[in-house]
Write a protein that binds this ligand. Structure first.
Ligand SMILES: [Zn+2]
Length: 175
């Protein structure tokens, strides 16, 4: 059983903006062929995977989707650990960890909470720079929001207090 949470994923945004979800060891590039747009993803020592993109332009929203090799249209494609191809969630039969517990039993709730905490501490370890120029980074703020949702109000309060301390007006000398 593989879980969504354990997989690296890409969205069509890797092409258009930010690239913050881009993994350093995988090269991405796009090519237009016969009017169609394709994303290429090349993991180390692997032949590049060619992924079709579908672009929808409407007066309201422009959106790009992937066309998985199974023919399904997907906004996310996943790369499970030890796999080399990006595919949709259905192809890899991925499940969400948090939906595999019965929240109505004490045991289910405890496991849910445990996995949530484990994920949070893992995320925290991956943040090398929680602060930049005296402000929390976007990544760290996202982490704090998740802590808040998981009921870890101490973490959130501490972070807020630290920020208040940093930005408190410096007391003027009374000499
Ligand atoms: Zn698929």
């Amino acid at each position: 059983m593989e879980y969504v949470e354990d997989c690296y994923h890409i969205t069509p945004c890797v092409i258009v903006k930010g690239m913050d979800e881009k993994r350093a060891d995988i090269s991405f590039w796009t090519e237009r062929e016969n009017g169609g747009l394709f994303l290429f993803a090349a993991a180390p020592n692997c032949e590049a995977q060619r992924i079709e993109l579908e672009e929808f332009f409407s007066p309201i929203i422009d959106r790009t989707y992937f066309r998985c090799e199974c023919g399904r249209r997907a906004f996310k494609l996943y790369l499970p650990p030890h796999k080399t191809l990006f595919k949709c969630r259905t192809c890899y039969k991925l499940r969400y960890i948090l939906t595999t517990f019965n929240p109505n039993t004490e045991h289910g709730r405890a496991r849910y909470q445990f996995i949530r905490m484990e994920k949070l501490s893992q995320q925290r370890m991956e943040i090398s720079k929680p602060m930049y120029k005296g402000r929390y980074t976007t990544r760290f703020l996202r982490f704090l929001r998740l802590c808040g949702r998981a009921g870890l109000s101490d973490v959130v309060d501490d972070a807020r207090k630290l920020m208040e301390t940093i930005h408190a007006p410096v007391p003027t000398s009374t000499i």
